[in-house]
Design a protein around this ligand. Sequence first.
Ligand SMILES: [Zn+2]
Ligand SMILES: [Zn+2]
Length: 334
Amino acid sequence: MKALVYTQPGEMQFLDRPMPEAAPGEVVLKIEAVGICGSDMHAWHGHDPRRRPGLVLGHEFVGSIVASGAPAFALGTRWTGNPLIVCGHCEYCVQGRNNLCANRTMVGMTRPGAYAEFMSIPAASLIAMPQGLDARAAALTEPAATAWHALNLTLRALVRPLHECRVLVIGGGAIGMLSALLLRHLGSADRLTLAELNPLRREAVARHAGCATVDPRATPLAESSFDVVIDAVGAKATRTQALVAIKPGGVVMHVGLQDWASEIDMRKLTLAEVTLLGTYTYTTADLRATVDALARGAFGDLLWVEERALVDGQQAFVDLDQGRCASAKVLLRP
Ligand SMILES: [Zn+2]
Ligand SMILES: [Zn+2]
């Protein structure tokens, strides 16, 4: 089979790879579509020590079963999946918080990912979906579930209902866009502002999520002006912006993780009683709820998603890296 292999920083090649086999309890999927994630970009830059050259990346997939080592999973059926492979018996798994599984591994990191014609995966990681669900919606399940999980954690921390809150989303990439779409679905579009540097992305967010957008370099974010700030970038500069823009008593949700180290204004955090939350991926329950939401159209028509052929994957990474993509999400089709 053909696969897009990460060969060295800045380079992917379309190479022959052995056809995966269905080990007991696993299935082989014929991949229909697979998304490019910020974490894949990070790996392609050579910035992720866990993802080394020779690896097939890609973990936002939809596909149909062509070989099954799990009797309940029939050939020809279509599935999306949880790229986190969890143990099912640790403290966190039994609590239903399997995103924190102490023994987790991951598709496209500790085993070959979905930038390929075929991929094997444990059947327990598959997420059922309506069989007729559009491949583009299905492949968006994983990033949409990331926004879903983050927003659920945020809602739990709010003192007042969401519709009373002014909300700022920092970053118009996939997670920022999907968060904005979800907030619109929850009735918050008229109290929502999204900050983004790239004018192409600002325009796409304004058009599809129907919210205000701002270039934070041209118009600095007003101090203490938002009840909720969702940082979908997670850079040193955006964390600072988030802490400046949050109102006393507000909630800052940190979703992105572009760089790790930074100083936090602990004085404001303390004296303004700000709640600062972290979030990591999604639980199986989040993924199932997100499939349902996508099937019901909660995230809109998804026309902002761009599709390209898997064979042209290297160029897609280059274009994303150079800010030439208006679309916050590129799907590759094998
Ligand atoms: Zn992802
Ligand atoms: Zn576990």
